[in-house]
Design a protein around this ligand. Structure first.
Ligand SMILES: Nc1nc2c(ncn2[C@@H]2O[C@H](COP(=O)(O)OP(=O)(O)OP(=O)(O)O)[C@@H](O)[C@H]2O)c(=O)[nH]1
Length: 469
């Protein structure tokens, strides 16, 4: 064969092969690329779904990426190329977007971390809480001045009620009865009248000094013929008595809140009973009272106060037997400050005024009270048993040496025929009488009023009583 024919034949075969086999497969090759694109999003989809579930948005992105798959049927090379380019570009940002997406998931716990912080914050605040609890034990109670309750209405005079309490002193054998007897059946002043009055005063516990103070003016008046009638002498005696008692009068004042009142005195003088009666009275006036059972020596005294507290309806602060009385009263002041009480009535154990160590103890108690509330006690009242007579005058002298007394409570005036001790204490010790006890009942404690007292003790007739009232 001619070689030329062989070459031509090969060319034809080659062309035939090209058109039949090589050229046709090109199209399918171009169409096969989209499935690769399908595979890409398919593998990446799970990565999006995870954040999609957390973010809630990517669910819509899936169909968008699936859409290009539906465009494949176009089978045009150009479109396929464009899609390939787009898809080639798409995966890149998709990966970039996906990577930061998990980040917010990681950030969430970070955002939660600050939450426990405020929870931890209160704990350090709660820890130092015990400190303020300790502080009051060291620092004095600081109580801002607050509005005090309005003072109770002025008390009406009750000379008759008081006179009933002084019955013994007004009987024929009593102070008033014996004085009155000196004037019966006389109209002109007898020169021996003053000596007779003097005897009655001295034997009625008025005391030597006070008797002199009472009679000095009367003696001069009789001598100078200014007092010529018995009634003039009687009037002069009562007026002088009022003058000697003049500094006395009225119950306690309330300079602070709480006002702290400390009661001192010998055994059995009537401290606890007086506290109970006074609590009754103050409660009735609308004041809030706290009782401090500072008589830690006698267990029965604590019990006695607890009973009074229940009866009156007020707080009683007590300690164990033998507890430090100062500590008990300290606690009572704290309690009063806590509940906004108006007054603390503090009991103390009875003690012989001659026992120096016991008197020193009282001084310490008073110092502790001042630590609890600077300026307290606002009142230190000496409770005296009127039946103790002249001994009460000695007690007043000794207690006054140990403590800055602010007043007297004279108890059991109903139990004495003398009653003149009030005059003696006021004149000799310059101590005001705050209250007098004229019986054991809660209402038998009276604010002391000099005019009323003189009228009840030395008033001659019922007419004079009415006039005084
Ligand atoms: N008749 C009468 N008795 C009173 C009066 N005041 C108190 N008493 C009585 O006196 C007694 C002694 O009273 P207390 O209050 O226990 O005396 P205290 O000073 O607290 O006694 P100590 O705790 O031992 O220091 C009791 O029986 C009281 O009832 C009063 O004004 N008149």
């Amino acid at each position: 064969m001619d070689p030329l024919y062989i070459v031509i034949g090969l060319v034809v075969v080659a062309l035939a092969v090209y058109f039949l086999f090589i050229r046709k497969p090109e199209a399918p090759k171009k169409l096969e690329t989209p499935p690769e694109a399908k595979k890409l999003p398919a593998t990446k989809a799970p990565e999006r779904e995870e954040p999609a579930k957390t973010a809630g948005k990517p669910a819509k992105e899936e169909p968008k990426q699936a859409a290009p798959a539906k465009v494949k049927p176009a089978e045009e090379a150009k479109e396929a190329k464009k899609k390939e380019e787009k898809k080639a570009a798409e995966p890149a940002p998709a990966v970039v977007e996906k990577q930061p997406e998990p980040a917010p998931v990681a950030k969430e716990p970070e955002a939660k971390q600050p939450e426990p912080a405020p929870v931890q914050a209160p704990t350090p605040v709660a820890e130092p809480a015990p400190k303020p609890a300790e502080a009051p034990a060291i620092k004095p109670v600081s109580i801002a001045a607050r509005e005090l309750p309005a003072p109770s209405a002025p008390r009406k005079k009750d000379v008759e009620g008081l006179r009933r309490g002084l019955t013994k002193a007004r009987e024929s054998e009593g102070f008033f009865g014996r004085l009155k007897a000196l004037f019966v059946g006389r109209s002109e002043v007898d020169p021996g009248l003053v000596d007779q009055i003097e005897e009655v005063l001295l034997t009625s516990d008025v005391g030597v000094k006070t008797t002199e103070a009472l009679l000095e003016e009367i003696r001069a008046g009789i001598k100078e013929k200014k007092l010529v009638k018995d009634e003039h002498v009687w009037d002069a005696l009562r007026r002088r008595a009022r003058e000697l008692l003049g500094g006395s009068g009225g119950g306690i004042k309330f300079p602070a809140r709480p006002t702290v009142v400390m009661f001192v005195g010998v055994n059995g003088a009537g401290k606890t009973t007086t506290i109970g009666k006074l609590a009754t009275k103050l409660k009735a006036e609308g004041r809030t009272v706290v009782l401090a059972a500072g008589d830690t020596f006698r267990a029965a005294a604590v019990q006695q106060l607890v009973v009074w507290g229940k009866r009156v309806g007020c707080e009683v602060v007590s300690g164990k037997d033998g507890a430090n009385p100062g500590a008990v009263i300290y606690d009572a002041i704290q309690k009063a400050a806590e509940i906004g009480a108006d007054v603390v009535l503090a009991d103390t154990a009875g003690r012989l005024h001659t026992k120096t160590n016991l008197m020193d103890e009282l001084t310490k108690v008073a110092r502790t009270i001042d630590k609890a509330l600077p300026g307290a006690p606002h009142e230190t009242l000496l409770v005296l048993d009127a039946t103790n007579g002249q001994n009460a005058l000695q007690q007043a002298a000794m207690f006054k040496e140990a403590l800055p007394l602010s007043g007297i409570v004279l108890t059991k005036l109903d139990g004495t025929a003398k009653g003149g001790v009030v005059l003696g204490i006021c004149a000799e010790h310059a101590l005001p009488v705050r209250y007098i006890g004229i019986g054991e009942r809660p209402d038998e404690l009276r604010d002391f009023n000099a005019d009323e007292f003189v009228e009840a003790l030395l008033g001659q007739t019922d007419e004079s009583t009415d006039a005084a009232a």
